[in-house]
Write a protein that binds this ligand. Structure first.
Ligand code: ATP
Length: 365
């Protein structure tokens, strides 16, 4: 990325013996929404807090728009209030003794903006976040969703260069979370916000981000667009963390132009014709794994050109309205297949499942 707006350069942070963030580098373009995604304890919050200035790195540097905000080597460390950021936390962190308008106005008050300008900007911020008319409501008399909107309005009112959000929706119920997710996305696009979003919720990350950085033990495992990460994960960790995957062991039977035939261990005689991956040392007889997303599987009769067929026995059918999730036992392996809701499959049925032609990915074992 040639014009990085935010640059995290070889950041590390240790707490005593615990290495929370380990040599992490990332860049964001202006107007980009980047999500830090990963399991609990992988260093997401610590990274965000270093960007905010709430935590000092053990080593490394961060710059905004070419200006260093922290550099351990150069002894630079701007306090949070000099970094021009807005922050929204999971816990809302709004002040209970203030009204909605007083909460939202606070960042302007501490910047000594004059009264008339404050009133106008509060009005605009409340309208933008769906809080119009609630100016004088005490903060304690708001629903969870409204409190989070107040936190968002307060974070945006001084027009920060960068918005940092740490699990902002995880205290909301499912329906409200989905609604707020959409509103946040629309707001980000409309205002051209540059934001870093921390979550361990993969569907939130997939739908909100321009790019996702998957973190594992304080390191960036892979960074890319949601589609690239979902469709072309580079490591088993990313493959398994982002969405469901069926993984089956096998052995290479033969290699032809652009394709590899893999004989599966769990389904005697089943041979899957996989696209040839780049950068994998392959030879006949080598043990490998293939992985497939459940949506790339269908009943064999419905397949239109496929990479191979698996044979198994239905263990359970979970009806879910728009589809049924079918658990199928294939030899020693169990896989999930999504079937149209009108499919008549029942426990104990023998079924044949086709794998979409370009869906299987090959992994070294
Ligand atoms: P979660 O999703 O659970 O919030 P996270 O990915 O945000 O996790 P961090 O909160 O950044 O992870 O924590 C990374 C590691 O650093 C963890 O092992 C955590 O226990 C440790 N850690 C974080 N803050 C401190 C601290 N102030 N003192 C000691 N250890 C800490």
């Amino acid at each position: 990325m040639s014009q990085a707006f935010v640059r995290l350069d070889r950041l590390s942070k240790s707490f005593g013996p615990v290495v929370a963030v380990d040599d992490l580098s990332l860049e964001l373009a202006r107007g980009e929404a980047l999500t830090l995604l990963g399991p609990s304890g992988c260093g997401k919050t610590t990274t965000l807090r270093m960007v905010a200035g709430l935590e000092t790195p053990s080593s490394g540097a961060i710059s905004f728009d070419g200006q260093t905000v922290v550099s351990v080597a150069d002894g630079v460390n701007l306090p949070p209030e000099r970094r021009n950021i807005g922050m929204v936390f999971q816990s809302y962190a709004i002040w209970p003794h203030m009204t909605v308008a007083q909460n939202v106005a606070f960042p302007l008050k501490v910047r000594h903006v004059d009264g008339a300008a404050i009133r106008e900007r509060v009005r605009a911020a409340l309208a933008m976040t769906g809080l119009a008319g609630l100016d004088d409501r005490p903060a304690t008399r708001l629903s969870g969703g409204q409190q989070q909107r107040v936190a968002l309005a307060r974070a945006l009112i001084h027009e920060p260069a960068l918005l940092l959000l740490d699990e902002p929706l995880s205290n909301l119920d499912v329906k409200l979370r989905e609604q707020m997710r959409l509103e946040l996305k629309l707001l980000q696009v409309r205002l051209g916000l540059t934001l870093i979003y921390v979550t361990h919720d993969q569907s939130e990350a997939l739908s909100l981000s321009d790019r996702i950085a998957v973190l594992n033990r304080g390191r960036v495992e892979q960074v890319g667009s949601p589609r690239a990460l979902y469709e072309r994960p580079e490591t088993p960790f990313v493959r398994d963390f982002l969405g469901k995957s069926v993984t089956l062991p096998g052995r290479i039977k033969g290699i032809a132009t652009g394709r590899v035939a893999v004989e599966l261990a769990c389904d005697a005689g089943a041979v899957i014709d996989c696209p040839l991956p780049a950068g994998l040392d392959l030879s006949a007889g080598r043990e490998v794994e293939i992985s497939v997303r459940p949506e790339a599987l269908c009943l064999a009769g419905n397949a239109n050109g496929h990479a191979g067929t698996l044979h198994g026995v239905v263990e359970a059918v979970l009806y879910q309205g728009e589809r049924s999730e079918c658990e199928v036992k294939i030899g020693g392996a169990a896989i999930s297949v999504y079937l149209p809701p009108d499919t008549r499959a029942a426990r104990g049925d023998r079924i044949a499942i086709a794998i979409a032609r370009d869906a299987p990915r090959l992994w070294a074992k």
